[in-house]
Design a protein around this ligand. Structure first.
Ligand SMILES: C[C@](O)(CO)[C@H](O)COP(=O)(O)OP(=O)(O)OC[C@H]1O[C@@H](n2ccc(N)nc2=O)[C@H](O)[C@@H]1O
Ligand SMILES: Nc1ncnc2c1ncn2[C@@H]1O[C@H](COP(=O)(O)OP(=O)(O)OP(=O)(O)O)[C@@H](O)[C@H]1O
Length: 257
């Protein structure tokens, strides 16, 4: 079975507050993108995993392995093994939800095979990662909480071009940087206004509401990213350019008509 694990960008991303569980409450507008990993998966006698290219992480550190083990533990369906071949196209640590997309694709495969309800699968997903719940379904959604409170909207049809920047950025570290600089962090824009503006091709309002709070800490550490975003913003027919997630991938939304 060939699964496509579609990535995501954050068209809007703000961090609202730090939680007692040391995660953060976020406000985001998630948007699926066409770029995806390819996963070839089948049940087999023993557990086999290979990837192209190599991920340079051990299998027990792979989010796919974590997803399989969490699925087994939460559902009680232990008695199976999978043979998986991952073709990694989404840049790791790139802010495109690459690992989370792989997790969501494998969870969807397992839930179909073991007839697990959508609700139960959802509960499993956010034990694995904050972006996994959205990526189970994909499309366009407002995300709150850790990313598990989702308001799915009529999917936006956007022309998005991504610019992988080959810096692997640790999400946890960037959240910590936000905490350390909290007093000086600006918050602006509105994901609901951004959604409506993109739906109605209102370029001015879209530009005014596109926002990623992580740019304020990531661009300090990686000035080349700031420079590249400013270069992209000069492109013809652009609505806006932004960094996705905690970085490092940049992207632009291009006007379609
Ligand atoms: C930056 C985003 O990608 C935006 O969509 C997400 O907030 C991060 O999603 P993710 O990479 O799936 O994050 P996880 O793997 O769940 O968490 C990685 C680390 O990021 C921090 N983290 C993540 C999500 C969140 N709402 N608050 C956090 O503080 C935590 O330190 C956590 O240990
Ligand atoms: N299957 C996987 N694919 C990619 N990364 C994985 C995988 N399994 C574990 N990881 C680890 O997870 C880290 C984050 O990977 P991921 O690609 O999800 O980051 P990301 O695209 O920045 O995600 P997000 O946008 O959710 O922050 C990687 O740096 C890697 O060490």
């Amino acid at each position: 079975m060939h699964l496509k694990a579609f990535g995501k960008v954050n068209l809007y991303l703000d961090v609202i507050s730090r939680r007692k569980d040391n995660y953060h409450n976020i406000l985001t507008l998630f948007q699926s993108i066409n770029e995806h990993d390819d996963i070839f998966i089948e049940f087999s006698k023993s557990e086999i995993f290979e990837s192209e290219p190599s991920l340079n992480i051990s299998w027990d550190k792979n989010i796919i392995k974590k997803s399989i083990e969490t699925f087994k533990k939460e559902t009680g369906f232990y008695n199976f093994n999978l043979k998986i071949k991952l073709i990694k196209n989404l840049p790791m640590g790139g802010g495109l939800g690459g690992g989370s997309a792989d997790s969501a694709a494998v969870l969807n495969f397992l839930s179909k095979n073991f007839k697990i309800s959508e609700k139960e699968l959802f509960e499993i997903s956010f034990k694995i990662g904050s972006d996994v719940p959205f990526l189970l379904k994909g499309g366009t959604a407002i995300g709150k909480g850790k990313g598990e409170i989702l308001e799915f909207l009529e999917p936006l049809k956007l022309n998005i071009q991504i610019y992988p920047m080959n810096y692997k950025i640790d999400t946890k570290k960037m959240y910590e940087k936000l905490d350390q600089n909290w007093e000086s962090i600006d918050h602006f824009g509105d994901p609901y206004k951004l959604y409506e503006a993109l739906k109605n091709n209102d370029i001015i309002t879209a530009k005014q509401n596109a926002f990623n709070v992580f740019e304020q800490v990531v661009f300090k550490e990686y000035p080349k990213l700031k420079q590249k975003k400013e270069d992209i913003e000069k492109d013809e027919g652009i609505i806006f350019a932004l960094m996705t997630g905690s970085g490092s991938t940049l992207y632009k939304v291009i006007a379609t008509n």
